[in-house]
Design a protein around this ligand. Structure first.
Ligand code: PLP
Ligand code: SF4
Length: 531
């Protein structure tokens, strides 16, 4: 080939190719001689690149090799006997072959290193998540052994295990019962007994089977088994939840257009950090239809309300019949456009997600969107049973959202939270909120995590985890208040912003839209209609 007529001027290349050629041909004083092997390889790659008509990869390989040779030895392509015109031709061929006109300089000099450094940011996660944050899938072998032991100790049949009624009937409610299925110290048995005089304990056999024997602060244990500090550290006495936010019986309303029906105080478990433990774990109450009618009447009359959240306690502690009635009544109200049901029961007792409930959801969701809001706090709660339950729910609801609570020892590290958020997606759930564990019950300070720790964890996800998997970090203090860290590093005098990339701390200029221009006529306002 005659190279003189290629006529490619480096100045006409895009800025990436120009920079790349400058780099490759830069003379250095400390040149070392490349090995013959490297030279031969580069020459061979040039021949392949020249003969592969429609592919871009051979050109990328060639230039990547030249980059390595330059970095390692300081040698230019001239030094190793490659023709510059031919290389320019290859760069031109790359740019014209690529559908998006990407130059080989952009690809080799910029894109590939960016991908490599991005991958480095998640390498620790990939390397350690299995040991630092094993999921219910990772721990299946031990969980199956636990189940066999618990079933045997409780004399529980398979059919009892597989039913919600069985899970509640055989629930563990005392320190002695717990000691039968788990090796726990005498002191803990005594402390549990002290606590259950004040707050109840209720652990379904299924949930108990997720506890890893011998792990001191097992995340399942922490959430389900009360410790002495729950009664010893009693701090300021705090008013019952939301008596200042309840405009009608069973109703809470903080925000315009959305109201909650606290349809039950029952839960399948009494979580050790629960905001409402005082009320919930007192004793189960069951309401008559008239009670619900009072709540529904409030909703029927206020035509501004559009979104109803059925919660508790745990909404799924209600019977299918009662839930069907609530959905049907809500679906009849014209101003109610969407519904939500809040329940952690599929996590503690996935057996509750029966065919009848799925059918009720499907019917209601077909009339107006029904969203399912749940609470999964650790990947150890994500088991095949739980995945199956949410997979079924995903087919009969318009969305499943997770509201996690940031809890000490349960999910308070980057690796644990990243994995939780990714696995939620993988079981059909979208991470929605991450609550800082509330100060409302100071006696439960044992599970709290500093706000800044939570911020760092959430910030660490930007640019490293799929955006759809990043929850909003909030405090609950008379409503939900965002706790996101501010990424505005500076606002310049002209109003232009300097924004910080959370994943690299790099600050980038971000010109703002000027307020003056924002107020000018725009779009079709610039095309006055003919009179
Ligand atoms: C959380 C909550 C809502 C719903 O808030 P969203 O931000 O829409 O999820 C509504 N009412 C009360 C009382 C709540 O606690
Ligand atoms: S399921 Fe929810 S309401 Fe019930 S005890 Fe746990 S955190 Fe509290």
């Amino acid at each position: 080939m005659t190279n003189n007529n290629t006529n490619i001027d480096i100045n006409n290349m895009d800025k990436f190719d120009r920079k790349f050629f400058e780099f490759l041909y830069e003379k250095r004083s400390d040149n070392k001689s490349p090995s013959n092997e490297d030279i031969d390889e580069a020459k061979a790659l040039l021949e392949v690149a020249k003969s592969s008509a429609k592919l871009t990869a051979p050109m990328v390989e060639l230039f990547d090799k030249l980059k390595t040779i330059k970095e390692r030895y300081g040698a230019t392509p001239d030094d190793i006997g490659l023709d510059k015109e031919e290389l320019k031709l290859m760069a031109h061929k790359h740019k014209t072959t690529d559908e998006h006109g990407v130059s080989v300089g952009g690809r080799v000099f910029s894109a590939l290193p960016i991908v490599e450094s991005a991958n480095q940011r998640v390498q620790e996660y990939i390397d350690t998540h299995q040991t630092v944050a094993p999921s219910g899938f990772d721990l299946q072998d031990q969980m199956k052994k636990n189940r066999a032991k618990i079933q045997q100790k409780l004399n529980m049949s398979d059919s009892s295990w597989d039913s919600y009624a069985g899970q509640i009937k055989y629930a563990i409610t005392s320190g002695e019962q717990l000691a039968e299925i788990l090796d726990i110290p005498q002191k803990l048995i005594e402390d549990i007994q002290r606590v259950v005089g004040v707050f109840r304990m209720r652990i379904s056999p299924y949930y108990a089977s997720l506890i890893m024997p011998g792990v001191v602060n097992d995340p399942i244990l922490l959430q389900s088994v009360p410790t002495g500090d729950m009664v010893d550290n009693k701090g300021i006495n705090i008013e019952p939840v939301a008596s200042d936010h309840s405009p009608a019986r069973l109703i809470d309303q903080f925000y315009p257009r959305v109201a909650t029906i606290k349809a039950t105080n029952m839960c399948a478990m009494f979580c050790t950090y629960c905001l409402r433990l005082d009320h919930i774990s007192d004793k189960d109450w069951v309401s008559s239809k008239n009670t619900y009618e009072e709540a529904l009447d409030y909703i029927r009359k206020d035509t501004t309300i559009r979104d109803i959240l059925i919660t508790g306690g745990d909404a799924l502690a209600l019977s299918n019949k009662r839930l069907e009635y609530l959905f049907e009544e809500l679906d009849k109200i014209p101003h109610i456009k969407i519904k939500r049901i809040g329940s952690r029961i599929p996590v503690m007792t996935p057996q509750r997600i029966d065919d009848k409930f799925l059918q009720i959801c499907k019917k209601s969701n077909d009339i107006k969107p029904l969203r399912f809001v749940t609470q999964i706090n650790t990947v150890q709660e994500i088991t095949p049973e739980v995945k199956e339950a949410f997979k079924k729910l995903s087919k009969v609801t318009s969305a499943i959202l997770n509201q996690a609570v940031l809890l000490r020892g349960v999910n308070d590290s980057k690796i644990k939270m990243w994995k939780l958020c990714e696995l939620l997606q993988e079981i059909y759930i979208r991470p929605y909120y991450l609550f800082n564990c509330s100060f409302r019950n100071p006696e439960f300070g044992h599970m709290r995590v500093p706000i800044s720790v939570g911020r760092d964890i959430v910030e660490s996800m930007y640019g490293n985890i799929c955006g759809d998997a990043i929850p909003r970090y909030l405090a609950t203090a008379g409503g939900k208040i965002p706790l996101h860290k501010d990424n505005v590093a500076q606002i310049n005098e002209g109003g232009d912003y300097l924004l910080k990339k959370p994943w690299s701390d790099e600050v980038v200029p971000y010109p703002d839209m000027s307020m003056e221009r924002y107020k000018e006529p725009y779009g079709f306002e610039n095309y006055p209609l003919d009179k």
